[in-house]
Ligand binder design. Structure first.
Ligand code: XBP
Ligand code: MG
Length: 259
């Protein structure tokens, strides 16, 4: 019996919006400064730290690995600082300072017009994810996501599959009825661990080789001539044009199912 593609599940950070370098990293640094700690994460250091998913775990890792904190103390200080960082990032969102990634609104609109359901599964904290996805759907002119799963709702963050599995459960779908869209190595690994299909739209902190295993790797969502996407990996030899489209998602899903 033919299994249809029903839904596209999006990651947030690096996928729906390039939030890390100018958003989260700045909010972490503002929180450190506001609370009187002499820490400041450079872009280069953050490229390493962002491999640790979850902002509070990221702070705790930094304190133990770079500031010689004992694990207990590191966790306690992270618990204190992370909510402060989160509120600072919410303020950034509410000031309209977090734009969607180029081409993502067009892509989501085309998916919804083609009758595909759309959802979110992110490691990020509920408190900022909801205002951000609401802002992106209003700014981008697409319907709100049907399901939004955030890092607070599961025990294991990416690269574990838990977030995508919870989104699939809420959509009442099996992994082979969805395509997941990610930007990073942790995200691609999380999607692959569900057994479903994954499209990687390389994020600012990822390199193409990190995204190996995805069913299609591109550098952007694409658009008209000057913003055409570049294909970085195409294991199914799909016919890929200037932009991601619903038809391409259906074809990728079909090829994968037939394999
Ligand atoms: C990326 C993450 C998050 C953000 C920071 O999530 O790992 O931790 O970097 O947000 P994804 P928080 O790519 O899965 O969307 O500080 O709220 O964790
Ligand atoms: Mg991401």
């Amino acid at each position: 019996m033919d299994i249809k593609l029903e839904a596209i599940i999006f990651d947030v950070d690096g996928t729906l919006a390039e939030t890390e370098r100018r958003g989260h990293r700045v909010a972490f640094n503002k929180a450190f400064e506001q609370e009187g700690y002499p820490y400041s994460w450079s872009d280069e250091l953050y490229r390493e730290l962002v491999k640790t998913t979850g902002g509070d775990r990221r702070i705790a890792r930094y304190l133990t690995e770079y500031q010689d904190f004992e694990p207990e103390e590191a966790r306690a200080l992270a618990k204190k600082l992370h909510p402060i960082k989160t509120q600072l990032f919410v303020d950034t969102i509410l000031n309209g300072e977090v734009p969607g990634r180029l081409g993502v609104a067009r892509f989501i609109k085309s998916l919804q017009e083609a009758g595909l359901r759309t959802a979110v599964a992110t490691t990020g904290t509920t408190k900022w994810v909801h205002p951000l996805v609401q802002h992106l759907s209003e700014e981008g002119g697409f319907e709100p996501f049907e399901v939004v799963v955030t890092g607070n709702e599961v025990d294991r963050l990416k690269p574990a599959p838990d977030l995508f599995q919870l989104a699939l459960q809420r959509l009442e779908l099996e992994p082979n009825q969805a395509v997941m869209v990610e930007d990073s190595r942790n995200g691609v690994r999380s999607a692959m661990a569900t057994g479903g299909a994954c499209v990687a739209v390389r994020g600012e902190y990822a390199h193409a080789e990190d995204l190996e295993g995805a069913d299609l790797i591109v550098d952007s969502f694409g658009g008209d001539e000057e913003s055409a996407l570049k294909v970085l990996g195409n294991p199914w030899n799909l016919k890929v044009g200037r932009m991601l489209t619903p038809e391409l998602m259906v074809e990728l899903h079909r090829r994968r199912l037939q394999s």
